[in-house]
Design a protein around this ligand. Structure first.
Ligand code: PRP
Length: 217
């Protein structure tokens, strides 16, 4: 490995996604021992041998780091990519973190979706909700942005329906809500900065190739 090789930097969405990503990278021989130390307060981790850097960021910030080139590569949920609308190449579906973006609510709200009624939609994903209702369904709705526990919306009378992620469906079930419409499937994606993709084409393409082969196994 040449001495003047520059670092390739990864931004990983904090939490389960980062854990899964590191496991996958490890399977193709990319490790970051520094990162395994649970007590560390470090924010950036380095693999000197492979000239790689890693940092953890809040999911919605990952595409921002990648668009500006502060990270060459990012791993984040498709939901976040759609919501943030940042410029980057989406190069790989990593196959984990699978779930669905759905319109949910009480069974009775199904009628409201059929007749283009002016309804209230609560969501952590206002952009996805807006795109779905305005551009796909041609239904004018009032979108209310929430930051979590979105299922509360219809339960406390804030909104008629919600647009949210459904994984197992247990949150909905335990709160008497159902999936009314499915918007799109979601999973973890790898994104690459557009300049990095050209400047570091060989290293990045090799990495994508190895990951693809590993995912197929
Ligand atoms: C997500 C999502 C749903 C739940 C879906 O919330 O917003 O609430 O998981 O999973 P399930 O179908 O397996 O029940 P998260 O736990 O990320 O927290 P949040 O509600 O604060 O966003």
């Amino acid at each position: 490995m040449s001495k003047d090789m520059r670092y390739i930097t990864f931004a990983l969405g904090k939490g389960r996604l980062a854990k899964k990503t590191l496991e996958l990278l490890e399977e193709i021989g990319i490790t970051c021992e520094e990162m395994k130390d649970k007590d560390t307060r470090k924010l950036i981790f380095v693999n000197e041998e492979l000239k790689l850097k890693f940092f953890l960021a809040k999911g919605p910030d990952v595409p921002t780091y990648v668009e500006y080139g502060a990270a060459d590569i990012g791993v984040v949920g498709k939901d976040t990519l759609l919501e943030e609308g940042r410029r980057a190449y989406e190069v790989l579906d990593l196959g984990f973190g699978k779930c669905r973006m759905c319109v949910c609510g009480p069974e009775s709200a199904g009628e409201l979706l059929k007749h283009h009624e002016m309804i209230r939609v609560a969501s952590k994903y206002p952009r996805i909700a807006k795109d779905y209702f305005y551009n796909k369904k041609h239904q004018t709705v009032d979108i209310i942005k929430l930051n979590g526990s979105v299922e509360l919306g219809p339960m406390v009378g804030l909104s008629d329906v919600i647009v949210d992620i459904v994984e197992t469906g247990s949150t909905l079930k335990e709160n008497g809500l159902v999936v009314l419409e499915e918007i799109c499937p979601l999973s973890a994606r790898m994104i690459v900065n557009q300049v990095s993709m050209k400047m570091e084409a060989d290293r990045i393409k090799e990495l994508i190739k190895k990951l693809k082969e590993q995912i197929r196994k």
